[in-house]
Every structure is written in structure tokens, then in C-alpha cells.
Ligand binder design. Sequence first.
Ligand code: HEM
Length: 532
Amino acid sequence: MDLLTVATLSVACIVLYRIINVAFKVLKIVLLSDFPSNAEELPSLPFVGHAYLFIGDTEAMFNRVIELGKIYPTSFRFSFGHNSTYFTTYPKHIKEILLSPKTIEKNYFYEFGRPWMGDGLITAPASKWEVHRKLMQPSFNSVALKSFVKTFVTQSVILANKMERHLDGPEFKICRYVSLCSLDTICVTAMGINLKAQESEECRYDEAIQKVMAGCAKRAVSPWLYPDFIFYCTQLGKDQTKYIKYMHDLTDEVIRQKKAEIVRRGDQRVSADEERDADDDSTAGPQILIENLFRLSDDNKTLTDKEVRDHVDTMIAAGSDTTAITMNYVFLMLASHQDIQEKVYQELCDIFGEHVLNDDSEELHITMDVLARMAYMERVIKETMRLFVVGPTTFRKATEDLDLGQCTLPKGSSVIINVMGVHRSEKYWPDPLKFDPDRFLPERFAKQEPYSYLPFSGGRRNCLGAKYAMMFMKTMTTIILRKYVLSKDKVVPVEDVRLRIDFLLKSVEPDTVRIKRRAKQHASWKSSIACE
Ligand code: HEM
């Protein structure tokens, strides 16, 4: 054997050894979750980088995100395809990232939502977002929120009536009911149209939202689907185009009709940011978002029809499923914790007095002020959002180097904020899987590590609809608990509720509850509303 052959064979052996070594380490990680103690030692593969960390179905993805947060509890760097990405489960870093003007930009995942939501707030580039966030803010001020209460009540009453068919029956899946209720409500308040999805019980719009969200999630974890010319040749891409067109067509038609209507009636309504006597605003119609946006266009603040559509579609995308999924878990937690459900109901008795027994929407006495008094219910909803945070991860991009103390986020890198990891971390939430609403008692929550609770994200690009969502969720809970007692045949402990990340957090198996009618008497009314 000559010297050249020996040298070639030696190099080949070394390369082969390296390949086998890396393959072995990767398999140990993927199959056995055997991670190196130092994140720097995570092997990187050609082309895909560390994308193998997220191989598997959507349940595996959820488990891997939680696992990574436990093994590397601060921040670590990995690569996703050619993108350098920081994964953080560390509130101090999260705070810096969410507050910094250097990380307002969203990362490349959001590009997949742009064909649907365009330059709406969620997907807008930072330069546009700054301007439009200020324009949109008044549509969620207290006057506007007050005007939505009547819609929340009407739609929640339909929800309660629809659920009646399961009275005293076996457990049933709640998610479909709350999903259609949320969609109808958001569409009334955003577009001023009632899809009546609850009444017809099937809704193409709802189907379109689900398909497009699932498609975006699939694309985000499939680097080979990133190039448009590949994605749009796949069935997934073709379906995506079809569903998005359906949703755009609907919004375009509403825009056309609304514009004609505004011209007809000379727009006599007051603008959302004009403070007016709002004492009984809940009896007036909702301050529909799309009409507010047209007024901005009239004020020469230059919103094109396309921008109006982007904002309306974004509101529906951002508001309907998020609220529905959270309510699914609120009802699951209430059904699983009878003592807590009773305390919520007792609070309703204290607030509504004898009116608590009324089912009729006219007699429900639900106003914004009344909702604000439901402190215990709010703690229950907050604790549910800690354990089942709808946005388990959020993403940003550094547009300049950002110094985080122990490390620097280099310009151009992506950030994955592991919200779910923080919410379920023993370090920040003792006994983290225990459902304990009193963690949110003001005196206890004041001691909480800042930025360790982010159901609505935080900092500059936080949720614009957080107050809207909380009011709507309280209304739904009130109306359901006034009428029904929720229960489970067999309580599933929180740790056994199998979860997946399908863009948003969802259960692997649909959650079910049983309902029976609440007895029409209650001893301890302190009656407050009744005396007002
Ligand atoms: C329980 C219900 C909700 C939850 C948990 C929730 C959560 C969130 C989160 C985590 C974000 C940040 C997303 C990101 O950074 O990628 C967000 C943004 C947003 N949400 Fe919500 N949301 C809820 C309901 C709503 C509702 C009802 C609306 C509107 C009616 C809404 C409108 C928005 C908008 C417009 C943004 C983008 C804000 C911006 O970038 O300036 N959300 N939401």
C-alpha cells in the first residue's frame, strides 16, 4: 500500500469516525433525551443545524421545549437551518429582550403568517408596527371595551343554550363550543358581522383558520418547506392559498359593504377615542373595529383598504382561538376542582345577589364594573393561563447586538422565548403543576420574579386585546357557572393532560366535561348588585 492510499484511508477513517460519533450523539438526544450538560456541546448537523431537536409530532415538540428549558434553564444558542437562534427560559433575559427597541422585530417564522395577516400588528415589520400600534390602541380603550360587553353577554348566552343538550348527559368536548362562541364574538366586534357559527354549528371560516394555523406550524418546523417555490407546490401550500383567499374575500366584502354604508349615513357615530358619557355604553352597539379604522383613514392617517383588511384579519386570528383555547382549560380546571368552582360561584352570589339565578340575557346585570369585581374568578383564569399558556413560545429577532450580561445576542439572530418553560418552572413557581389560583393574590404575586408570567407576552409588543380577552372570558365563565355545575367523571391531574404545540397550545386528546343544572337556591347572598 503506497503512502497516498494510507493517508486517504486514514482521513476516511477519521471522517467516518466523526460522522458515526455525531450520529450516535444525535440519536442519543433524539431517542433517549440524553443531552450534554453543556449546551455548547449539542452536535450540529450540516444544512439543518440543530433542527433535529424539534423532530417529531406536535406533542413531541411540546415535551422537547419543556425539556430544553429544564436542562438549560437560562439561555443557549443553537442553529435552525442557517439561522442562529437563542432559546431562553430566563426571566432576566426575557425582560431585556421584550423591553429593548433592538428586539421589536419578529423572526422569520412570522413570514409564514404574512400571506394571511399581511402587515397586521402581529406580523408587521417593526417600522410599520410602531405607527400602527399607536393608531390601533384607542380601539381598545375603556369606552370601546365597555361597548363590547353586550356582545360578550349575547354570545355567551347562546353558548350556554347550545351546551344545554348535554345536560345530565355524559362528558362532552367543550372546545368546539367555546371556539365557535369566540369566533362569532370577535367577528361581531371586529367586523360588525355575525357569522352565526354557533347557531349553524359548522363554519367554513373556522375551518379556514384552523387549517391555515396548522399549515404555518408545520412549515415552521420543516426547513425544506421554507422556500415559497417549494411550499406552494405542495398540497399544504395549495390548501393554504385556498383558505386564505376565502378569508380575504369575506373581509374584502365586509370592507366594501361598510364603506358603502358609511357613505350612506354620513358617519354620524363618535370616534373610539372621543371620551363620551359611557355610563350605559353596554346598551349601545359595539364600537366596531373596522369602522374605527375607516375613521382613521378619513382623518388622513392613511390606512389603505389592504391595511384595514390586515388589521381586521389579525384581530380575528389573534383573538378567536386564543380565547377559545384558554376557556377550554378554564372549564376543564373548574370541572376538575369542585372546591374552586364553588368559590367562584360564591363570588358570583356575593356580586349578583338573587339575580345570580337569572338565565335571561336581559336580566343578567353584567357590566364592565361588575366584571371588574370578580377578583377570585380572575385569579382562576390567570392560574389557568399559567399552566396552559396559549402561546407557549414567542419569537423575536435582534436588529442590533443586544447585551444580556452573560451573553450577547448578535445582530440578525432569532430568539425563542420559552414562556411555557418559565410558567412551569419549579424555580419561579413552587409546586408548579399544582392548580393554585391564590398565587395571584396581590401580596403573593408582588413577590414573583418579574417576567416570569407572560400569558399575553410582555413589553412593547404585548397583546393588544388582553383586557378584551379577560372581560370576555369572565363573561363566558359567569354565564356558564350561573347555569351549570361542571364536573369530571375522573379528574385528570395537570401533569397527565397531554399537550402539543400546533402554533398555539392544544390538548392531544380533546378535553371533556359533564354539566348539570345548578340548583335554583343558594343560601349566602350578600347581595350587592341587587341593592344598587
Ligand atoms: C386569552 C386570550 C389571548 C391570549 C392568551 C393572547 C396572547 C397574545 C400573545 C402571547 C401575543 C404576542 C404574540 C407574539 O409576540 O407573537 C398577543 C398579541 C396580540 N394579540 Fe392577543 N391574546 C389573546 C386575546 C386577544 C384578543 C381577544 C385580541 C383582539 C381582539 C388580541 C389581539 C392581539 C394583537 C393585535 C396582538 C399583536 C400586538 C402587537 O404586536 O402589537 N389578542 N396576544
